[in-house]
Design a protein around this ligand. Structure first.
Ligand code: HAM
Length: 437
């Protein structure tokens, strides 16, 4: 290949992010909160490659994602490969492969990066990181309660209050009953209507009604009336008698009651919540910020009891969610809950003359060994400039090494935030700095 002289742009690829240290700091904080919360429920971490055979997504992920949003290419061996657009098929594959070795239930989590070819916009990028927490092997509603409790405790750990967000719930079983039995739609009509309902918030009430009418016809008003229900009781009142005790309805009632019993009260029934994936089989849920500035879901998940059947494995009931880093960052920013940046270095050693460099290095090493992060200045520039450098890089403490310090083994450690100076013996410095953390 001939080399081109064209200069290469420093911009990153469209819709992905570079993480400069200050961004990485926030990212690590977010991951840290996620990890701590899921591990407190006993979830174990797993991982997998970004690359998957394209076939993995064709069965159950959902047309829009597979046909319009995946990064799929042929490798050199002519195999169709996809950059994972979600983690659920991967974790289902991993469990199906070794199911006989496990004793259930399994509680697993991962924080993978996910790729979707979307139009980049607020809350939507082409690469994001997504916490996935899933429980496998529990048939009853306890699994949904646990998964939603985890989501609730993550939000609490981030400092969010119940009134800042709502947990929207629905059930695929009752929606299937409405579309297939009550409205007698064919499978393809039912699929089309589900996709229209899924996009309801992206159109006006009139457009939505027109779109529904174009597929559902005469029974549209019955459907629209149900979809505009104020709450679960209102919805149940509108259902025909035979459906008032439908399994999907009972599950929703039970879930709402039992979540309230454990003080999770910001749960809202949302009959238009469909979730884009074809694999959900029961309860589905999403979490939304109540502030209209962030209109994207922070969490999305639900029950998917049949996904393992795509691997010709027996069914294993499963419930889980995905939570994106992009949306939670936007939410934390809105509520002023992002952490203040702290650099890794805790102490900066300034060196007065080159001949004290080795002394400064061994002093630094001694303090590092005691568990404090230290950097040393090698520039030889003026001491004032060395201190300015530390300040500009948010390093909280500086110490200068020159003739007196080397002779007396006594140091003035300066706190650059408060201006306070402490005179310390060499052996006292690490302990002093550790106390300041
Ligand atoms: P999802 O609703 O597609 O579900 O994604 C879950 C969350 O990931 C969303 O609520 C959002 O926070 C974030 N997210 C999704 N797409 C993007 C994007 N393009 N840019 C930024 N953030 C995004 C799933 O992926 C399911 N597999 C979750 C699941 C796990 N269900 C059961 N277990």
């Amino acid at each position: 290949m001939e080399k081109s002289n064209k200069k290469i742009s420093t911009e990153s690829y469209k819709g992905v992010r570079d993480f400069y240290p200050q961004d990485m700091f926030v990212q690590n904080y977010i991951f840290g909160v996620m990890r701590k919360a899921v591990e407190s429920f006993g979830y174990s971490e797993y991982g997998a490659s970004i690359l998957e055979p394209a076939d993995l997504y064709k069965a159950k992920t959902g047309e829009e994602i597979v046909n319009e949003q995946t990064y799929t290419f042929k490798d050199r061996g002519d195999r169709e490969v996809t950059l994972r657009p979600e983690m659920t098929p991967t974790v289902a594959r991993m469990i199906a492969a070794k199911r006989r070795e496990f004793s259930f239930p399994l509680r697993w989590y991962s924080i993978p990066n996910i790729f979707r070819y979307e139009q980049p916009q607020k809350g939507r990028l082409r690469e994001h990181w997504q916490l996935n927490a899933d429980i496998f092997g529990v048939e009853g509603i306890e699994a949904e309660i646990e998964i939603i409790s985890i989501a609730h405790s993550i939000m609490k750990e981030f400092g969010l209050k119940d009134e800042n967000y709502e947990i929207r719930i629905n059930d695929r079983k009752i929606m299937n009953y409405i579309l297939n039995d009550l409205l007698s739609l064919s499978p393809s009509e039912s699929h089309t209507v589900s996709k229209i309902i899924d996009k309801k918030d992206k159109m006006s009430r009139e457009d939505f009604a027109d779109k529904i009418r174009s597929v559902v016809g005469a029974k549209s008003d019955e459907l629209l009336n149900l979809l505009h229900s104020k709450n679960l009781d209102d919805f149940i009142n509108k259902l025909p008698d035979e459906a008032k005790t439908h399994q999907g309805v009972l599950e929703l009632k039970d879930l709402q009651t039992r979540l309230a019993e454990i003080e999770i009260k910001n749960v809202v029934f949302s009959p238009t919540l469909m979730r884009g994936f074809d694999y959900y089989t029961g309860i589905v849920f999403e979490i939304f910020d109540t502030n209209p500035e962030n209109r994207r879901a922070i969490f999305g998940g639900g029950r998917y009891d049949d996904l393992l059947s795509i691997f010709d494995a027996e069914k294993i009931p499963a419930v889980g969610f995905g939570m994106g880093d992009v949306t939670i960052r936007d939410v934390l920013l809105t509520y002023g809950l992002l952490p203040e940046y702290k650099p890794v270095a805790e102490l900066y050693i300034c060196v007065l003359e080159e001949k004290y460099q080795s002394y400064a290095n061994s002093l630094a090493q001694k303090i590092r060994e005691a568990g404090v992060n230290v950097s040393v200045d090698y520039s030889g520039r003026k001491i004032g400039d060395q201190i300015k450098y530390a300040d500009k890089n948010f390093i909280p403490f500086v110490v200068c090494v020159g003739e007196n310090e080397v002779k007396n083994e006594e140091f003035k450690v300066k706190n650059l935030n408060s201006g306070e100076e402490s005179t310390l013996k060499k052996g006292e410095m690490a302990e002093f700095l550790k106390r300041q953390k």
